[in-house]
Design a protein around this ligand. Structure first.
Ligand code: HPA
Length: 273
């Protein structure tokens, strides 16, 4: 049943597309500015696409953007879906399957995250090198969709190591300070307590957020090359936790978003052909 949903959404979209997209991008909270760098071919509101969920969150758009960025054909999800909105992990990741069906080879993910590594500062960008799935679920639970990938997808190199290197190199060229580290993905929507924050740091996480991991798992299942960059919008230190407001998260994400979109463009321009 789900396969048919991906297929009919993909069919609807591909009847409007001129070129096969190479890259799918997902923007995060307050991080829509990459969309401004795209030479847009056309937009599709999520509400017009069969079976697509709609974003319910502040700071998130609600459309697919088709166009060109740094000479490559891209689809950008302006606004994503989260488990905390009440969507199932299947629904959250449906757009990734649709983009994979449309032919993307790369999945580039942006997200806002809380920093756990005490060396990080608010506003930093972090290339994700690995994750810990603490959402309590997995988008691959259920019958395996054999045409997409195997029952037990390998996750030993989920975040493409070549892309991590390219990301670091391009950040250096742009003079952007870049961090790298492990992203812990939680369902949210409540933020973490000091005890949870201490736990996350102890188990090896450098940043914490409420997205990314489900999308990455499905991206890997579909055989995509995945890269993720988190904008650190606040710093969570268990011994001196400060209050976190969504306004602060969005404002810091907006500021970090302009360097992040420059970086994505440079990464895409520098990708192997
Ligand atoms: N925790 C979880 N998700 C987040 C945070 C945080 O501190 N900041 C931005 N997204």
């Amino acid at each position: 049943m789900f396969e048919r949903k991906f297929d009919s959404a993909a069919e609807f979209i591909s009847s409007r597309m001129k070129d096969k997209p190479e890259i799918g991008m997902i923007t995060g909270t307050g991080l829509g500015s990459v969309a401004e760098r795209i030479s847009v071919d056309f937009n599709l509101p999520y509400s017009e696409i069969p079976h697509f969920p709609v974003s319910t969150v502040e700071g998130h758009g609600g459309k697919l953007i088709f166009g060109e960025l740094a000479g490559k054909t891209v689809i950008v999800m302006d606004g994503r879906f989260h488990i905390y909105e009440g969507y199932s992990p299947w629904e959250v990741t449906l757009p990734v399957r649709v983009m994979a069906t449309l032919g993307i080879e790369y999945l580039f993910i942006s997200s806002a995250a809380g920093g756990l590594n005490p060396q990080f500062n608010s506003g930093d960008l972090m290339i994700v090198t690995d994750h810990i799935n603490l959402t309590g679920t997995n988008p691959l639970i259920g019958p395996n969709l054999v045409p997409f990938g195997p029952r037990f997808p390998d996750m030993s190199q989920a975040y493409n190591p070549d892309m991590v290197l390219i990301g670091r190199e391009k950040a250096l060229e742009l003079g952007i300070l870049i961090r790298q580290g492990v992203y812990a993905g939680l369902s949210g929507p409540s933020l973490e307590t000091p005890a949870e924050t201490r736990f996350l740091r102890l188990i090896g996480a450098d940043a914490v957020g409420m997205s990314t991991v489900s999308e990455v798992i499905v991206g890997i299942h579909c055989g995509l090359k995945v890269m993720a960059i988190a904008a650190i919008t606040n710093i969570n230190l268990p011994d001196c936790m400060s209050r976190i407001s969504i306004e602060q998260v969005i404002e810091t994400a907006h500021k970090a978003g302009s360097s992040l979109s420059l970086l994505w463009e440079k990464i895409i321009r520098g990708m192997p052909h």
